[in-house]
Design a protein around this ligand. Structure first.
Ligand SMILES: Nc1ncnc2c1ncn2[C@@H]1O[C@H](COP(=O)(O)OP(=O)(O)OP(=O)(O)O)[C@@H](O)[C@H]1O
Length: 898
């Protein structure tokens, strides 16, 4: 039990090997398609679906919904100044106290109210004034219209009548507050300004109508500028990305100096901060960043103290200049919350100097000049708006460039040309004495209500185009999925560029709008653009693939046709080659035909001679072609002579060696004499019968031919001597048996070549045996060969080798007719061809033998009787002597004078 407890308590034994897998293998997530295929059955290669290119191409891309941009009309607000009596009372009071100039507007109404409360008489007077004011020339119909009623005096004169002016964006009654004005008029502009849209607000009205009061207000009753700044910082505090937005404030005025024209002064700069003006550009304007409301209010109070004012009959602090306040908002980076892009926006508020009449103001001198400048500026401003209105009614007329007539209008050119949003607030006085001023203003400004403004912030001039590089960026955008980082980068780049331009130009108080479209809109456009691009790209790619497929098919067809043509050409080439070979062979044959024909002709001749007369040597024993050709040539020339000579040469030899045979049968002797060489060769060779035809005496001519050839090689002197002297010399008569044997061995060797000849007739001849009496003839021939030996052998050998080479090359047995045979022709044959008679070369040597032989012959015997087989090999015994042989013998006998 204790052991079991110990085991249970003790930890399990450590295994011998531990495998620790630090990074388990990961598998790809199953896609819906793979899961579906796994559920059904394994996917085979044939089940792979095709790429749904058709479906992709059939997708209809929704067209981008282009919202029609509704042009916004120029907003004109009307604010009615409170009671005239109050103002006059205030004026009188102020004149009495001589209020200092350029002091922050105070709230004198409360002071007067307090005084009124303390003095009941004053209160009564005020009520009377109010009653008079109630009978003012202008009456509020509703929030959008007023009724202007001329004074009674004017009505009686029928110079004017009651008029109703309607269509205002809002009409602020006399008892409205500054906040009401802000809420109705400034709030929409401020919202757009915070989104990056610029705007402009201008106050118009006669002098003392409350323009400055509406714009700036007082400490206790601040105007739209302090309220706007307050709202700006309030919104910035509420927003989480307030740190990324910064505001700058710039204030300057345009006034007129005698003989100097219009001048611009920076109200936030030093004392003598005059600004340089070039066309519509004001350089050197100080732009002060504002970080809090207090800082902004302080700057505004500072600017108001610097503004040029003067006391007139209409206004104790009449503004003598056009004052422009610019609030520029700049964004440091992209804000995800507000979706605002990092572009600057400018909110411009203009406090115009009130047009004034000389009679009412009583200005003289310099003030009158100022009044003219003010009136002129107001007039130009009005002309610009009227021109814009007329241009929008009829664009064919073109936009009149009245803005060039004043610095203010040049500066506000974009607004006055309807390119940017702006709003106007008309301040009027309601007293009867102010009827003319009010009527003039309403008549002038009421048509402005029809002016339209495009609600787009796209710039139109070149200067502002530089601040919007978005269009160029879209061209360079990559075809990839949109990413926030990319968008941020793009907007950062645009912001940097804008910041750079602002650094270069914005510091010079250029109030032009640098607004940009929102980020959301840009992202949607980008997505749509990429989608369209990808769709078009896929279509183009598909078409290209189709075209390549068609080209591939065409190329394959061309390849097939080329292959067929190549086969045909190969067949043609083969046919041509075979034809060429046949032509070559035929040419060879034709080249050999004459010789062959010569051989055939010679054979025919020989056979004819054989059949007619005697066994003329038609075939050479040696089968030497050279010899045969030689024979043929001889036959062509004088075949009979050569044959006869040969026969003559052979006959005595037989008689010489075998006298007994001759005595027995001269015919046989003659015949045997002809067959002597063959017989001799048979003695020397073991197979003479196979190569020599005894019937046709083939071996004899060869022997004789050889002899003849050898004889032709004799020196001419010797031949001539032989011819002249028929008696053979002892040297000629001496015949060496050994030489004869060697000669015959050569003959037999040569005959071996002829074994290749398939001629059956030749073979038949070779089977025959040579006659026995030919031994004597061979002895005679050997005598001749002795002297010719050193000369004859090389020729024979040459002939043999040539024949062999030719036989090996052509392998035509019957056509073994080389030309070298002719080359090696003896001079005698050449002479024969030339028509000369062949020499009887053997005559001198054979004549001796013939005389011996012929003496023993019985010429009268026509047919030689066989004398028996000498040596047992004579097969031609029974052959009768031909008629030719007999004739030959007779001729020999006659010629030899036997
Ligand atoms: N709505 C108003 N409520 C009370 N007081 C007003 C109002 N409008 C103007 N005033 C007073 O009228 C006087 C003249 O006003 P303001 O100076 O604003 O006129 P203006 O149009 O600017 O004249 P100018 O063109 O000569 O500068 C100021 O003292 C101002 O306090």
């Amino acid at each position: 039990m204790e052991e079991e407890k110990q085991k249970s308590i003790s930890p399990p034994p450590c295994p011998s090997t531990v495998t620790v897998r630090r990074n388990p293998p990961r598998r790809a997530r199953a896609t819906p398609y793979t899961t579906a295929s796994k559920q059904n059955q394994p996917l085979s290669s044939h089940d792979v679906p095709t790429f749904p290119i058709d479906e992709i191409l059939s997708i209809q891309i929704p067209q981008s919904e282009t919202k029609p941009t509704v042009p916004e009309s120029l907003k004109i607000f009307l604010r009615i100044k409170p009671l005239k009596s109050l103002t006059t009372k205030v004026i009188t009071t102020n004149t009495a106290k001589s209020r200092p100039r350029n002091v922050w507007p105070q709230n004198p109404s409360k002071k007067h109210i307090a005084k009124e409360n303390r003095n009941p008489e004053i209160a009564k007077k005020v009520k009377k004034k109010e009653e008079e004011a109630a009978a003012a020339c202008i009456a509020l119909n509703d929030s959008y219209s007023v009724t202007l009623t001329p004074p009674q005096a004017l009505q009686e004169l029928k110079r004017s009548k009651t008029e109703v002016y309607e269509g205002f964006s809002h009409v602020f009654p006399a008892d409205c507050s500054q906040n009401d004005v802000y809420d109705k008029m400034v709030q929409p502009l401020l919202e757009d300004f915070m989104k990056g849209k610029s705007g402009m607000l201008a106050a118009l009205g006669p002098s003392g109508s409350g323009k400055t009061h509406t714009v700036f207000g007082t400490l206790k009753n601040p105007g739209i500028v302090p309220i706007t700044l307050r709202q700006i910082f309030k919104k910035s505090d509420e927003s989480s990305d307030a740190s990324v937005r910064s505001f700058n404030l710039s204030i300057f005025e345009i006034c007129s100096e005698r003989r100097k024209g219009e001048k611009a002064y920076d109200l936030l700069g030093s004392e003598s901060s005059e600004l340089s003006v070039q066309q519509s550009t004001i350089r050197g304007l100080k732009e002060v960043p504002i970080h809090s409301l207090e800082e902004a209010e302080s700057l505004i109070g500072q600017a108001m103290l610097k503004r040029a004012t003067a006391t007139t009959n209409s206004n104790s602090q009449s503004s003598r200049s056009q004052c422009i306040i610019n609030i520029r908002a700049s964004c440091n980076r992209f804000s995800n919350e507000t979706k605002m892009q990092s572009s600057d926006a400018m909110l411009t508020i203009v406090d115009l100097a009130g047009a004034e009449r000389e009679k009412r103001t009583g200005n003289q001198g310099e003030r009158l000049v100022e009044s003219n400048f003010i009136n002129n500026t107001s007039m130009v401003f009005g002309q610009c708006l009227r021109s814009l209105l007329e241009y929008q009614k009829n664009r064919k007329r073109g936009l009149q460039k009245h803005h060039q007539n004043s610095l203010l209008t040049r500066y506000l050119r974009d607004y006055l040309e309807g390119k940017k949003r702006m709003a106007l607030i008309l301040t009027v006085k309601a007293g009867e004495e102010d009827y003319l001023d009010t009527s003039y203003l309403l008549r002038q400004a009421s048509p402005y209500m029809k002016i339209k403004f495009d609600n787009t912030e796209e710039p139109c001039n070149k200067r502002q185009l530089k601040t919007f590089p978005r269009a160029e960026k879209n061209k360079k955008i990559k075809l990839s999925a949109p990413k926030n980082s990319q968008i941020e980068d793009i907007f950062h780049e645009g912001r940097n560029q804008i910041a750079q331009e602002v650094h270069l130009q914005g510091k010079k108080a250029d109030p032009t709008d640098r607004s940009s479209p929102s980020l959301e809109h840009v992202a949607q456009d980008k997505n749509k653009r990429e989608h369209i691009i990808m769709r078009n790209f896929s279509k183009v790619l598909w078409n290209v693939l189709k075209q390549y497929n068609e080209k591939l098919k065409v190329a394959e067809g061309e390849i097939c046709t080329l292959k067929d043509s190549l086969r045909r050409e190969e067949l043609k080439s083969l046919g041509l080659e075979t034809e060429l070979i046949s032509l070559k062979s035929s040419c060879l044959v034709e080249s050999c035909i004459p010789e062959v024909e010569a051989v055939v002709y010679a054979n025919e001749e020989v056979s004819a001679d054989e059949s007619s007369e005697s066994p003329v040597p038609s075939k050479n024993v040696n089968d030497d072609v050279r010899v045969r050709c030689h024979l043929s040539s001889q036959n062509d020339a004088e075949p009979r002579q050569s044959v006869n000579s040969e026969e003559n040469a052979g006959i005595p030899s037989a008689t010489t060696h075998d006298e007994t045979v001759v005595t027995e049968s001269p015919r046989d002797q003659v015949k045997d004499a002809v067959l002597v060489p063959c017989h001799l060769s048979s003695q020397n060779d073991a197979e003479p019968r196979q190569s020599i035809s005894s019937e046709e005496n083939v071996g004899i001519p060869s022997a004789t031919t050889n002899v003849e050839t050898e004889v032709t090689e004799f020196p001419r002197d010797q031949v001539i001597q032989n011819q002249d002297d028929p008696t053979p010399s002892p040297e000629q008569v001496e015949v060496s048996q050994d030489c004869i044997n060697s000669r015959m061995s050569n003959v037999q060797t040569k005959s071996a070549i002829s074994h290749r000849c398939p001629d059956s007739e030749k073979q038949e001849r070779n089977r025959r045996l040579l006659p026995a009496p030919s031994r004597s003839l061979t002895e005679e021939m050997n005598d001749l060969d002795i002297k010719d030996k050193p000369i004859e052998k090389p020729q024979v050998k040459n002939g043999k080798t040539r024949v062999q080479k030719k036989a090996e090359s052509t392998k035509v047995q019957e056509i073994e007719v080389p030309n070298p045979a002719r080359e090696s022709e003896p001079t005698s044959t050449t002479k024969q061809r030339n028509g000369q008679k062949p020499r009887r070369r053997l005559q001198p040597a054979a004549s001796v033998l013939l005389t011996r032989e012929i003496n023993t012959l019985e010429i009268e015997d026509d047919i030689a009787e066989p004398k028996g087989n000498r040596g047992g090999k004579k097969t031609t015994v029974s052959q009768p002597r031909s008629q030719g042989s007999v004739t030959l013998l007779r001729l020999l006998t006659d010629n030899l004078h036997l």
